[in-house]
Design a protein around this ligand. Structure first.
Ligand code: GDP
Length: 589
């Protein structure tokens, strides 16, 4: 069967999906219906729902892929080079099967080629470094795993110029070697093979080459076009030759970049550090990046506060193919995000917001989400719904509010239903969506224009704005608690032994006795028990001691009680009344 990939940015309409699958709309609507979804032709389905449906249809040849359009505003990133473009260092990734020697190769190169003492100082993991060979620079990327590379590829950027595929001469081509070959080919990168571990006894270079040829890599020596260099990463044999070959390949490729354009590149690693905030590794691919520059990556932006080279030394200016570590991003950008330099903070903020809105719109654009689907699939649903719309100042805050809300343990009694999310102030549309559905609109670090709050008040929609996430979460938690049915709780108060029954009517009794423990006072309820048998329930109307009304009788005291009953009870001497109070208590989460 023909393989088919459907790219989906956020959501897809029933109509579009049926066309993409080559099915009739009726057939698709039928399948949705079988799964509990009543859909119309224009209804939008989110990614998960679409995947579940494709699965349901048994379409094994169809693959759904998320299309990332989040960085739309940085499109034009891979622009045509101008005639002023200058040559730049090649960006090289080392890939191969596990244990074939990738790490050893990168380590040996780093130690051989960096000035003594410097390499020793590099203790933390680095995602990229540069070497100098024959007075020219080469940038090496430590591949964080093929998956991450796939992510970069998905972002449409050609990050690596050359992939060095490491194959152990005593082991030959293995599954990850094949994967590396495929990756390099799909990324349009040049391949150089390093046949490693030639110092090993079992090393068989010709056999390894034949093995590679079988997988489509024809050695140059045999008339093919793939350079293969036998090396020993451990001993350092032939590494100079490998570097020569990398530079030669770079020359043939005529790798160039413009530098008189705003700086641009890719996020290759990002994490938070105490005291520094976001620490982000960038690879510059065009222009010149400097400290003080304003940059935008996806929905995050910032002004570069510090910029260091891979050795951790301050760097004032980074040219194409240079990896740097920067601080100053207000939020963590994502791995694989493109970054661009913009002229000022205002532009940076605007662009980040725009990117965030694009992302959020994609998130929120689906009418049918997998949550709905799953809920409908498990129809036993006596849980309460808490509907919310989340608005935040930036995508990051929306995401963290959503994530935190999902973390509230509702003990399965309340279902959180996120109706919509979005970046920016609360809008008329949000209020429309909330009307009648008992939906709360939460605004995090956003404002509510007066006309919108008036409209919400008129329509009975609750808009709650917060600047502190914990307060917002507290509110949500309490609101969910309010949805729970109250619990009936009883508390034991005391016990009386009946010593005399003075009057018995249809709905009242006057009796007297001794309080054995605790106390009795008006309004308390009591269970009348005879020889452990339950006789009936009473309510204390008044309490008397020596014929005078008192507030209470406590342990050891003797007195009389006027009791109310709902049906006639015949009380006898020797009966016990166990007093208690009953209250409705709000359940908490
Ligand atoms: P990776 O999983 O591809 O990163 O492989 P490593 O670099 O961790 O190497 C796996 C093992 O092979 C380690 O024990 C290395 O010391 C060893 N090794 C790597 N290169 C060579 C080499 O050229 N010769 C020999 N004899 N051993 C090597």
């Amino acid at each position: 069967m023909e393989e088919k990939t459907i790219q989906l940015a956020g959501s897809i309409t029933v109509d579009e999906l049926s066309k993409a699958l080559g099915l009739s709309v009726t057939e698709l609507i039928g399948t949705l219906f079988k799964n509990g979804i009543v859909a119309t032709i224009n209804q939008r389905l989110d990614f998960e729902t679409a995947s579940i449906i494709i699965d349901e249809l048994g379409l094994k040849n169809v693959k759904l892929e998320r299309k990332n359009t989040a960085t739309k505003t940085t499109e034009g990133f891979r622009h045509e080079l101008s005639d002023k473009a200058i040559s730049r260092p090649p960006v090289v990734a080392v890939m191969g099967h596990v244990d074939h020697g990738k790490t050893t190769l990168l380590d040996t190169l780093l130690h051989k080629k960096t000035v003594e003492g410097e390499a020793g100082g590099i203790t933390q993991h680095i995602s990229a470094y540069q070497l100098e060979h024959n007075d020219r620079m080469i940038t090496f990327l430590d591949t964080p795993g093929h998956e991450a590379f796939a992510a970069i590829r998905q972002h449409g950027a050609m990050l690596t110029d050359i992939v060095v595929i490491v194959v152990a001469a005593d082991d030959g081509v293995k599954p990850q070697t094949v994967e590396a070959i495929k990756f390099a080919q799909s990324a349009n990168a040049k391949i150089i093979v390093a046949i490693n571990k030639i110092d090993r006894e079992g090393a068989d270079i010709p056999r390894t080459m034949a093995d590679l040829a079988q997988h489509g890599l024809q050695p140059e020596e045999w008339g093919g076009d793939i350079v293969m260099v036998p090396i020993s990463a451990k001993r350092g044999d032939n590494l100079e030759k490998l570097l020569d070959m990398i530079l030669l390949t770079a020359d043939i490729e005529e790798l160039k970049a413009d530098i008189d354009i705003p700086a641009e590149g890719l996020v290759i690693e990002s994490h938070m550090e105490v005291g520094k905030g976001s620490v982000v590794n960038l690879l510059v691919t065009g222009g010149e990046l400097k400290t003080g520059d304003f940059i935008v990556a996806g929905s995050s932006f910032g002004k570069i506060r510090t910029m260091l080279d891979f050795r951790g030394k301050p760097k004032g200016k980074a040219t194409p193919s240079t990896p740097v570590t920067v601080t100053g991003f207000k939020e963590l950008p994502n791995f694989g995000d493109r970054f661009v330099e913009v002229k000022d903070e205002k532009t940076a903020r605007k662009m980040a917001l725009l990117n965030a809105q694009n992302q959020a719109n994609e998130l929120a654009s689906a009418n049918v989400t997998s949550n709905d689907l799953l809920r409908m699939m498990n129809t036993v649903d006596n849980t309460k719904m808490f509907n919310v719309i989340i608005k935040g100042d930036v995508l990051g805050s929306v995401t963290s509010v959503v994530d935190s809300l999902k973390m509230i343990d509702t003990k399965g009694e309340v279902t959180l239903n996120i109706v919509a999310t979005g970046v920016g102030d609360v809008t008329e549309n949000d209020v429309y969506m909330a009307v009648g559905e008992n939906t709360v609109i939460y605004g995090f670090n956003v404002t509510v224009p007066t006309n919108i709050s008036k409209m919400a008040a008129r329509d009975g929609v609750s808009i709650r704005t917060y600047k502190v996430i914990y307060e917002l979460l507290d509110d949500a938690k309490h609101s969910m608690e309010d949805l729970l049915d109250a619990e009936v709780v009883e508390e034991d108060m005391g016990e009386m032994k009946i010593m005399g029954v003075f009057r018995t009517e249809k709905s009242s009794i006057i009796a007297g006795g001794e309080v054995l423990k605790g106390k009795v006072e008006a309004k308390m309820l009591g269970r009348v028990v005879r020889d452990k048998q339950y006789i009936g329930e009473v309510e204390v109307e008044s309490v008397q001691k020596e014929k005078i009304d008192v507030k209470e009788l406590v342990e050891g005291e003797i007195g009389g009680l006027a009791l109310k009953t709902t049906k006639k009870i015949t009380m006898e001497i020797g009966d016990r009344i166990k007093f208690f109070v009953r209250e409705l208590k709000k359940k908490t989460l």
